[in-house]
Design a protein around this ligand. Structure first.
Ligand SMILES: [Zn+2]
Length: 375
């Protein structure tokens, strides 16, 4: 990002003999959604309605809702069905300016189920203009057949799932839901260390609902990112800054769950933590793929500036995916992933919210999407 006089009035697509006239538009790096649960089957609008009427998560889970209902539907879905669902969602993301999407498994929760999800993500990456970065997240929840036997499930993740995923080269990252009632910091450490032994980079869902030491753990094991962090401790933030762990904040989730609390973005930035923003797109706690909307929430609820929010969905998100050498900013040597917006100034992305300003999307130097309603 820079003042427009430093940018060419035209976007030069050097590897292709064409130019896009972009006068009066705003040109930004393609957006990067560095935390999503893209490949789920079924949706949970009933649960949304129940939550609005005051039902708690536990009551919803007791009625067969929550992550487990998505696990059931995703286990039942065939690969073709999951691919078709994923493709449609990636199309929607591309139309909102997203050119790279991190996507997690974690609704299979069995060796076959997790492999199925990751194979769908691989196929989507091959077939779709957007890049899909796959994350193995077998430790997303304890499946019903392991109820009361968490240690056995952790063993399955470590001894069977991770080796199988690594052997098939189906994931770049290994992630874990470190939370009270799910996986403890000790479980998380064991799972992530196993992932690393098999060549996976690590991420962690940390300190979302309680302060459990997730930020400290992320720093200790040198995670690429720690995500959520609503309850991150001072010490955790300082250690993340010292270790260069990116904080991936997901204000859409806090908003959609009406938690009445957001991650302390300003405190993190004051302590030198790199702050990325992502959608957390999933059917239970954040049903949106719109990164522009996430920037508006980051500005209004976490007091980030519009420029900081744009960094959060571009360069800092690239860092959270360890891809800042290739994407996340517009500079020579990087991939030409570009979003051209029909707005007079970058601040309008967050300021004029709730509509799609994307005019054209360029991926690897090629126009891959054009807004039919903005000629
Ligand atoms: Zn998540």
């Amino acid at each position: 990002m820079g003042p427009s006089h430093q940018l060419s009035r035209q976007v030069d697509l050097s590897s292709h003999p064409r130019r896009v006239e972009a006068s009066g538009k705003t040109v930004l790096p393609g957006f990067i959604d560095s935390h999503t649960h893209l490949a789920f089957a079924g949706t949970r609008e009933m649960e949304f309605e129940l939550r609005l009427q005051g039902a708690t998560y536990q009551e919803i889970a007791a009625k067969g809702g929550g992550i487990k209902s998505t696990v059931q539907k995703t286990r039942q879905a065939g690969k073709e069905e999951l691919f078709a669902i994923g493709k449609r969602r990636l199309d929607q993301m591309l139309s909102l300016g997203t050119t790279t999407v991190e996507a997690k498994s974690g609704y299979g929760l069995s060796v076959e189920g997790e492999i199925k999800m990751l194979e769908v993500l691989r196929d989507l990456d091959r077939a779709h203009p957007a890049d899909v970065v796959p994350t193995f997240m077998g430790a997303h929840e304890i499946p019903p057949e392991y109820a009361g036997r968490k240690d056995d499930y952790v063993r399955l993740v470590i001894e069977e799932m991770i080796p199988a995923v690594a052997e098939k080269k189906l994931a770049v990252f290994c992630d874990v839901f470190c939370e009270e009632g799910v996986f403890s910091p000790e479980d998380s450490r064991r799972i992530l260390e196993a992932g690393r032994r098999y060549g996976l980079e690590v991420k962690i869902h940390a300190d979302e609902l309680t302060s459990l030491g997730g930020a400290e753990l992320a720093a200790e094991i040198g995670a690429a990112s720690a995500d959520h962090l609503l309850f991150a401790s001072e010490k955790g933030m300082e250690r993340m800054a010292a270790r260069g762990v990116v904080a991936t904040l997901l204000p859409g989730t806090a908003f959609f769950l009406f938690l009445g609390r957001y991650a302390p973005a300003r405190k993190m930035m004051e302590r030198g933590v790199t702050v990325a923003l992502a959608s957390d797109f999933n059917p239970g706690s954040c049903m949106t793929q719109s990164l522009p909307l996430i920037t508006t929430l980051a500005c209004t609820q976490m007091r980030m500036t519009p420029a900081e929010a744009i960094l959060g969905i571009t360069l800092h998100a690239a860092r959270a995916l360890k891809k800042e050498e290739d994407i996340g900013s517009l500079e020579p040597g990087k991939q030409a992933d570009i979003v051209i917006l029909d707005i007079p100034d970058y601040r309008h992305l967050s300021y004029h919210f709730g509509i799609n300003h994307v005019w054209k999307v360029v991926k690897k130097g090629r126009v891959v999407w054009e807004n039919p309603s903005l000629p």
